[in-house]
Design a protein around this ligand. Structure first.
Ligand SMILES: Cc1cc2nc3c(=O)[nH]c(=O)nc-3n(C[C@H](O)[C@H](O)[C@H](O)COP(=O)(O)O)c2cc1C
Length: 218
């Protein structure tokens, strides 16, 4: 069932003026909130942006990508590094019946706990979790016949784009020091006449192996 939505989803960059209802936006956010994450750490926060001034600023922060200005709403996804220090991280191990000592051992292991590892690992692991959440929102939008475009090219600590604009974005959105923009989802309804293009993807054979790399799955 969901494969149909996956096949039909495509990044849309020409949005009409039609607004998405709050009810639908909330359903999309719900899909993101319910996404899986490592040990259920949920290192994310979603800021819904509806006003034109902020959308313009976000567009500027993303090399003036027009679809950000024209979207009905933007969901700005924050990666929340503080989540890894939260008591909730590891709670799932307690729920699984692992004794306290074992939990502490796991949480102090840098292989398990990105907060004990380098900043690069912490950022990578946070982005990894956020990708699941943004994908879930993307597909929920599709199932509501709402078009979207995931945005990854914007100013943040990773890209280093336009630091002054990023500073302004941080102030405008009141982004806490412990968070960083991990992604944006531009949402709206496509302009009339915008058709889906054929999917350009590597072939099944190219990207799939059976049992070992290079062996066909027939
Ligand atoms: C992590 C990520 C970041 C992306 N960043 C942008 C972006 O900044 N601007 C944009 O127009 N499209 C962006 N895209 C959309 C991709 O270009 C698009 O998904 C890809 O070309 C495949 O096309 P489709 O989504 O229409 O199937 C991004 C997609 C992903 C998954």
């Amino acid at each position: 069932m969901i494969l149909k939505e996956i096949e039909q989803r495509q990044s849309v960059r020409q949005f009409s003026d039609k607004k998405i209802s709050d009810e639908d936006i909330k359903q999309i956010l719900e899909a993101g909130r319910l996404a899986p994450s490592w040990m259920n750490v949920q290192p994310w926060h979603f800021i819904v942006v509806d006003n034109d001034e902020t959308k313009n600023l976000l567009s500027q922060s993303a090399n003036n990508q027009k679809q950000i200005k024209d979207a009905s709403h933007i969901i700005v996804m924050l990666g929340d590094f503080s989540a890894w220090n939260n008591k909730n991280f590891g709670q799932i191990l307690v729920e699984k019946g692992i004794p306290e000592e074992g939990v502490q051992q796991i949480l102090s292991n840098k292989g398990y706990n990105p907060a004990k590892n380098t900043n690069a690992v912490l950022v990578a692991r946070t982005m990894e979790q956020c990708s699941f959440s943004i994908s879930f929102m993307n597909l929920q939008a599709q199932s509501l016949n709402i078009d979207s475009c995931i945005i990854g090219a914007f100013a943040n600590e990773l890209t280093g784009f336009s630091p002054e604009i990023y500073q302004k974005v941080k102030e405008t959105l009141n982004i806490p020091e412990s968070s960083m923009i991990a992604g944006m989802l531009a949402l709206g309804y496509r302009q009339e006449g915008v058709k889906n293009l054929p999917k350009k993807r590597k072939s099944f054979e190219t990207v799939v192996s059976y049992e070992k790399y290079g062996q066909k799955f027939e």
